[in-house]
Design a protein around this ligand. Sequence first.
Ligand SMILES: [Zn+2]
Length: 194
Amino acid sequence: MKFIASLCAALLMAGCASVEPPAPQIVSVEAWGGTPASAPAPAQQISKITLHHQGEIWKDGTDVQNYLRRLQQWSRLTKRWADIPYHYVIAPDGRIYAARPLQQAGDTNTEYDPRGHALVMLVGNFEEQQPTPAQLNAAVDLTAWLARENKLGLDDIASHKDYSRQTVCPGKNLYAYLESGWFKGEVGRRLEAR
Ligand SMILES: [Zn+2]
């Protein structure tokens, strides 16, 4: 009986593993030269996934790790936030960088309440620039993984301006992928993949 029980447990685990979208590769805060927040932000349970853009023109050849270190400094020294306001930052080459710990609520310059939101930021200004295919693909992978990990559905995925009228974030050229249904369609495909 004990053998059968453990066999069932093993099969169950194998079954669970096969429906999980693979965890994307994420560059840790330590690896990009950031430091942990000294004053943690309020704790949160993730109930939404929200896309942002950087809102500044991204110049080719910009050192992403250097940018992240400057963003962390600015967030703490100028904004007096505990950390970078977002939880993940995605570079044009599709690399995903960890920022604020996901278990801590993010911050915003606008009027919406970011508590409960996993905040995903793609570098660039998508009012004027286009997200790269690699950046979009990484955003889909990350969103699918976050949705699965936090038991969320496609309705829980949106963007900054869906919650705030004070912003054009994530920029019309990224928003177009949400508006057309492409983004959620791709996330859905990742979630259904066996
Ligand atoms: Zn935003």
